[in-house]
Design a protein around this ligand. Sequence first.
Ligand code: AMP
Length: 290
Amino acid sequence: MKIIRTSRAMTSWSERLRRDGVIIGFVPTMGALHDGHRALIRAARLRCDALVVSIFVNPTQFGPREDLTRYPRPIAKDRALCREEGVDVCFEPTAEVMYPEGFQTVVTVPEIARRWEGEARPHHFPGVATVVTKLFGMVRPHLALFGQKDYQQAALVRQLVKDLNLGVAIEVRPTVREADGLAMSSRNVYLNAEERMIAPWLSRALQAGKQAIEEGLKDGKAIERSMLKAIEQAPAIHVEYLALCDPDSLEPLTRVVHRAVILGAILIGSIRLIDNLLVTVPGKMRRARG
Ligand code: AMP
């Protein structure tokens, strides 16, 4: 496996392969790789001839009071996982490579970024949109894979690629979970034993919402109430939002018609966890299958 640190070396590696008709797959990450990342890397490996994984803890997507300095950076372990999974290039740009002196462009996707994570973390999505655009420019992939775990991020990337004609196919892969339902995340290492016990309540609340829809509940507010009721029993959780939304626009839904996404964010102490579930209304599903 090759380790590349500069933009020029990355682009010339990709351009050489592209000239030979090689299909390049790309999985952007912030490192501290877990089985969720591994699943993305495996899926990418099956779909392309050459595979690039980037590891870059992007400072511009963290707010001033967020966890940038303490974000885990186990680089040797991350490289070992990439090697195990047959990654061809681990792209590890520094902040200076990504944002050299004089850098000034910011990419924004205002409608998708308006609510939910965008509202709670105003710095976040302009940072994500800008770094993803830059990474695509450096890596020049044919295909890039993202996790459903960060649903709003994936929606934003799709919009960005479409709006800016970036010419990268986007695939979104299902969330990989721990046995008790907790969505895997590099940030789960911040949870102490007690907090770790409480953390799966977020996915339980989302499941309660999904179940309510599958049992025929259609009213958005009633579905949200069923999720709040489920999580009420959990100690020491502050709910930021549990919302039923349109899966494409991410606008809140007053009524479920066909498909919906349930988005959730909670705080356990100062640790913020997000998760989501996609739901299809069963009646429609049966009709669609004929
Ligand atoms: P991150 O390193 O957290 O920026 O994540 C890199 C990519 O991995 C993003 O596309 C995430 O959505 C995806 N990802 C993170 N956690 C999971 C998970 N539990 N299951 C699937 N994909 C994930």
